[in-house]
Design a protein around this ligand. Sequence first.
Ligand SMILES: [Cu+2]
Length: 499
Amino acid sequence: MKLTRRSFLAMAALTGGAALGGPWVWRMANADEPQELPIPELMDARALGQSIELKAQAGEASFFPGRSSKTLGYNGSYLGPTIRVHKGDDVEVAVTNTLAEDTTVHWHGLLIPGELDGGPHQLVRPGATWRPVLPIRQSAATLWYHSHVHGRTAEQVYAGLAGLLIVSDEQEKNLQLPSQYGVDDLPLILQDRQFEEGTLVLPQGMMATMHGRRGDTLLANGVPNPVARVPRRLVRLRLVNGSNARTFDLAFDDERAFHWIASEGGLLNRPVELRSLTLTPGERAEIIVDFSDGRPVKLETGPDTSVPMMMGMMAQASNAIGVGRGTLVNFAPEGERGVEVNLPAHLGPQEWAKASDSVRRRQFTMNMGMGMMGGMMGSRGGMGGMMRGGSAMFGINGRAYDMARIDEEVRLGDVEIWEVHSEMMAHPFHVHGVHFQVLRRNGGDPHPRDQGLKDTVLVDESVELLVRFTQPATKAPFMYHCHILEHEDNGMMGQFLVA
Ligand SMILES: [Cu+2]
């Protein structure tokens, strides 16, 4: 049955209007007319004379038919163009802030000096333009860029300030992996968002801060339940978890195998066959999927299990989350069956550091509920008052982030072991300006999914990371923080210099 707007209104009238615009109705309407997967515009730095222009702007987006939402985007109303840069080049980016508030643009995963990083210290004021020249010296990888303005990162990213950043190089080109952007090389920014009557809403309150903002609707490139038309051959998917807080457990609905070829830092040594893949906020993965059988298939995520039981129950009671299993993308293979191609057995020769190169060990604990009792007993009006007051609810090593305090100092060129622990729930840990390898997880061997060079990692209990510092941070520090953006905004962040 085709649910037209008129029959929908009639049905709403029959049900006494109670269901008018309820989320299930919108999802039904949407399921009737699936939208095509939008492919963000590609801005190739070489084609553009090594000059990229990004404009942070306010806009309106229509996530559901006939409903518009207030959003933010780069050069558009929601999300931003895909920027492609090439190893060896220097790329000038002009970031203009047309918003009525401060912003920054952080190049998540790019190995560049601290003052170019786009963290909280590189504020772009309303009306101003920031012009960093980015030296691209790292291997091919899928990165992303997003707002990182302290205290407002969560709200700005939630509203849409994020985009994909691809680094290309000759070695990766020579592998002849699927590389036709938007055809057999698809960017997929995966997010969850909360809607009411088809309009994007910003969850508020203590639950939203404690868990990070989560939502009942899954989006890929800003569209719920989209259809991606793909050729009947091997296709590369560049997956980014751009959610504020939700970890995705990705798998295809027919449980087909696929090959994981790249982690956050670039190509793995060799393709790894998987049937499911966990992606925490800030993490990326490139996978190769074989669509040659021509059968439609869905990319799904399992239910959100990253909230502790008690907190999950509280959240459900307060309707802050309602997130089960769901579809992210419907793939519809089309055209003639492609000729069979084998993936290269060997991908990237990752010459990297060894644990024995490490000269120092540091410990970090991501704290949650710090000073909670004191805050509840205190005179600030309970937990709500405490959150608004911004007292130390979240921190690292017992301290909330302070822009004026340098927490760690590292020697340029050193390799160190960072031990990272999580409190209360699993937290994704991101370090700016570095790549690391996971040496140990929860006191044992790392998981298969921990391999490769990374800049973001899910810490359920503890991890040991081998970190190499190749980028200076003298004029401005690098950040390390929880990538649940509400935790980060509320103090679960520290900063370090590299000299
Ligand atoms: Cu966290």
